[in-house]
Write a protein that binds this ligand. Structure first.
Ligand code: BMA
Length: 340
């Protein structure tokens, strides 16, 4: 396993806010960790659908080694930065999911949002008795009623939908956990397509983990891609493991570091990479990403919003504990990908 250098910075064009934008302290319900959100601009508002882990604390976690409950929740803001109003009723909750499915499905988490032909969809991971599924759900315009329309076979997650059909097909990026590949346990980013969002096929590898110089372990799709003149701007997360890292956060041993990477995919055939930035787009470098929280050194992006003035908002989970925001200019992001 190749060693990755101890400290890597975010790309120079990235501006991170100097504090998280949403945390467990903002929650009107029981909450320990608020992170890994999907965000979209819909009917003039910014809608965030996020993951809330609850029912524990660092001491209890050390004894029991699990976080008992996970809910998926909604927050709404006028500017996508602050003033988030959190809806008090959970959109999904692990206790309800278990009860409704006779414990077959345990919890949904890591939601991402794509709006296709004006209709919002949520993709999520789902832990279940028989593995981890990737789920696609439709949701009403008020983000109140969610209905799963497609489930993958195990083990698949980090599913993100493209925001429009390409050549008559819906497309998604995903990350199956291919146990028996050449590089055992180093999973890659894949792409599949569908006529109806329910049945998926024509699956191809898009990005091999070994193409990413700052990953020595799995990679996975991050935010739903955004469309630019040069192609689809697509983010991914990339993991580097250093077994000497030891205790890091709540866990007795956490040796991973998660970065965000960025690439451009062909507009007509999104299984083809046009360019990729060879260094991390976002690296953990703020105290709330590196020194505090549940799993330190984790950057987990779930949303990109391209504003009319060319600013891109990049939403990401920090340390599996808080939700954060960084911004960059779209032209700078494209340049990074094309110049490598
Ligand atoms: C991944 C997922 C994410 C999490 C990340 C870092 O495998 O479980 O939900 O943010 O690990 O812990």
């Amino acid at each position: 396993m190749p060693r990755v250098t101890p400290f890597i910075e975010s790309a120079p064009c990235i501006k991170k806010l100097d504090r998280p934008i949403l945390t467990s302290e903002d929650m009107p319900f029981d909450s320990n960790l608020v992170f890994n959100a999907g965000v979209t601009k819909f009917n003039g508002k910014y809608i965030m659908v996020f993951r809330n882990d609850y029912g524990t604390n660092p001491e209890q976690f050390l004894r029991e080694r699990c976080i008992p409950f996970t809910s998926v929740d909604v927050a709404i803001s006028d500017n996508g930065i602050d003033g988030w109003k959190v809806r008090p009723l959970h959109l999904l909750d692990s206790e309800k999911t278990k009860a409704e499915t006779a414990r077959e499905l345990r919890r949904f988490y890591d939601p991402r949002i794509a709006v296709i032909d004006g209709k919002p969809y949520i993709t999520m991971a789902c832990d279940a008795r028989h593995g981890i599924y990737g789920a696609i759900a439709e949701i009403d315009d008020n983000f109140e009623k969610i209905n799963v329309i497609s489930m993958s076979v195990p083990n698949n997650r980090n599913m993100v939908l493209f925001p429009e059909k390409i050549g008559g097909y819906y497309y998604r990026l995903e990350r199956p956990m291919a146990m028996f590949g050449e590089d055992n346990g180093c999973y890659d980013v894949w792409c599949s397509r569908s006529r109806d969002l329910r049945f998926w096929g024509d699956s191809k590898v898009v990005l091999d983990q070994r193409q990413v110089p700052f990953a020595n372990d799995k990679i996975g799709p991050a935010a739903p891609p955004i469309k630019c003149e040069n192609g689809w701007l697509a983010t991914f997360h990339a993991v580097d493991i250093d077994p000497t890292r030891g205790k890091n956060g709540w866990e007795p041993h956490w040796d991973c570091r998660y970065f965000a990477g960025i690439m451009i995919l062909d507009l007509e055939d999104p299984t083809k990479i046009i360019g990729m930035y060879k260094k991390p787009l976002l690296a953990p470098d703020r105290p709330y990403e590196t020194d505090e929280g549940f799993r330190q050194n984790v950057i987990f992006p779930g949303a990109l919003i391209l504003e009319d003035d060319g600013e891109v908002k990049i939403y990401y989970g920090g340390a599996d504990t808080v939700e954060c925001l960084a911004t960059a200019q779209v032209d700078d992001l494209i340049k990074l990908c094309l110049e490598g």
